[in-house]
Design a binder for this molecule. Structure first.
Ligand code: GDP
Length: 482
């Protein structure tokens, strides 16, 4: 570890470690050399006696009271609490830690925190507890970042990947890659230093094999990263179709009980509506777009512009067609716009709605909206938002398009963090340079430079050799109390 924790420079920090809401209990965490002393100043035993917490058996939790002492030395009871004491290095932060479990009212938690601060602690910065765990050498940087992701994870998949990362899945994969690289660096160095015992004859073939396998492993990590992103952050989904095809009905149907999280983007009546829903365990960030069509109406144009933006940013387009009306020019225009997106890799599902009414269009006609323009027709689903027909299948179609079922089950390692992805990308480039050097018949010390670089950038994922300011930046993103 490049950074060594210096206990001498540590003050004692404190923060509310639980959510700032009206919960059953709240925890105020105090960490640092003065933690026990500060706790002792405020805590009283069940029979209101003072106690020296630093003499408690580490890892114990006791019932008692938090008191406030006024200027005359009179003590006022603030709350009944459970107080725990953990001794360095056996704590979350690796420092002496006291946690006060209070009743969870916001007022009470803040009041207790104020007392803790008045007793000598400093308010912790966001992520500072976890930063200390990292600086104390208890967790590496990837795991520290996972703590942050875990706190902010929005769904089950995100929680699972962050938890796996925290347990070190990403870290051990990265270590494995680094070990392979380090072995080659060491071998080259040894051979150059001690040619009698190590021969480089035939070595380049072997190194080439290693580079190819490293390249494959890193490419795998990167390609899964995108699938991981979608599962973690959700699928940006645009609902599109001409007026009255049932776009709002689809949004409402999918939203179901989750209607509470409707966000109405301010603006005009012909505007976009957004909503986040869960379909088959995956988050969909839905945008119900206003019809996209040429218009002179100024207000409508704003809506159309927004709809086009939603289309541009979408991972998935749900294109609705009304089966009770004949296809129109407008359907064709929308299809044209979608085709442009399909070429960029956006996915689409065609929903032929209102099957409960008598049909005015044939499946072939719908398909020909795409096929006649030289494009494969996206998966097509007949449905009725009136009766709910086809809605179960929609979830299955989405899962199939994004391979979500497979991914979630495989328990793959996901690089869900942009910094990690960039590091792997850079390491991959270096490995490709090694391959190039081999093919160009360069000398061995050329290989070492690029191998070394790959080794170094992968190390940044684990927090080795990272500059202090990067560490600062990463931890500043943490929420308070972690
Ligand atoms: P939008 O303009 O595309 O948002 O369409 P709406 O969702 O507002 O729907 C327009 C009209 O079609 C409403 O009266 C809906 O009740 C009706 N509608 C939507 N889906 C269906 C369906 O599957 N069957 C029938 N019969 N009517 C539907």
């Amino acid at each position: 570890m490049a950074l060594v924790f210096d206990h001498l420079h540590t003050d004692t920090i404190a923060a509310i470690a639980t959510a700032m809401s009206e919960a059953g209990i709240g925890i105020i965490r105090i960490s640092g050399p003065e933690a026990a002393a500060i706790g002792s100043r405020l805590y009283r035993t069940p029979n209101r006696q003072k106690t020296d917490i630093s003499l408690w058996r580490p890892g114990t939790i006791r019932f008692g009271y938090i008191v406030e002492t006024d200027r005359d030395g009179k003590e006022k009871l603030i709350d009944e609490v459970m107080l725990s004491f953990m001794k360095a290095p056996h704590s979350y932060t690796t420092e002496d830690t006291v946690e006060i479990n209070t009743h969870g009212g916001m007022f009470l938690m803040n009041r207790t925190l104020e007392l803790v601060l008045a007793a000598g602690a400093r308010l912790a910065e966001p992520g500072e507890f976890t930063k200390r765990a990292f600086l104390g050498g208890r967790i590496d940087l990837a795991r520290a970042e996972a703590v942050m992701d875990l706190i902010s994870s929005e769904n089950e998949f995100a929680r699972k990947t962050s938890a796996a990362q925290m347990e070190g899945a990403v870290s051990s994969k990265i270590r494995e890659l680094r070990e392979k690289i380090l072995y080659e660096i060491a071998f080259i160095e040894s051979a150059l230093d001690d040619p009698e015992n190590y021969t480089l004859e035939g070595y380049t073939d072997k190194l080439m094999d290693t580079c190819i396998s490293l390249e494959m492993e890193m490419n795998d990590l990167l390609s899964h990263a995108e699938e991981g992103r979608i599962l973690k952050e959700g699928i940006r989904t645009a609902i599109i179709g001409r007026p009255n095809v049932g776009k709002s009905s689809l949004l409402n149907h999918l939203a179901g009980e989750e209607r509470a999280i409707v966000t109405e983007i301010e603006g005009t009546t012909r505007d976009t509506l957004s909503e986040t829903v869960r379909v088959g365990g995956v988050l969909l960030h839905l945008t119900d777009t206003a019809g996209i069509r040429e218009t002179e109406d100024k207000v409508e144009r704003i809506g159309v512009h927004r709809a086009e933006k939603a289309l541009e940013n979408a991972d998935l387009i749900l294109f609705l067609i009304d089966s009770s009306r004949e296809l129109s020019q407008e359907d064709a225009q929308i299809a044209e716009k979608i085709i442009m997106r399909l070429q960029e890799g956006t996915k689409c599902i065609l929903l032929v709605n209102k099957t409960d009414l008598s049909s005015e269009i044939k499946e072939e006609e719908v398909k020909s909206l795409f096929i006649s323009r030289g494009c494969e027709c996206p998966p097509l689903l007949f449905c009725s938002l009136q009766t709910g027909e086809g809605m179960k299948e929609l979830g299955e179609y989405i899962a199939k398009l994004f391979h979500t079922g497979e991914i979630a089950e495989k328990n793959e390692i996901f690089l869900s963090n942009v910094r990690h992805k960039n590091a792997v990308r850079e390491a991959l480039e270096s490995i490709c340079l090694v391959k190039e050097s081999i093919m160009n018949g360069m000398s061995e010390d050329f290989f070492s430079i690029d191998l070394m670089n790959a080794y170094r950038v992968l190390g940044t994922i684990l927090g080795e050799a990272v500059e202090d300011d990067l560490v600062e930046e990463i931890f500043s993103k943490f929420c308070l109390g972690k």
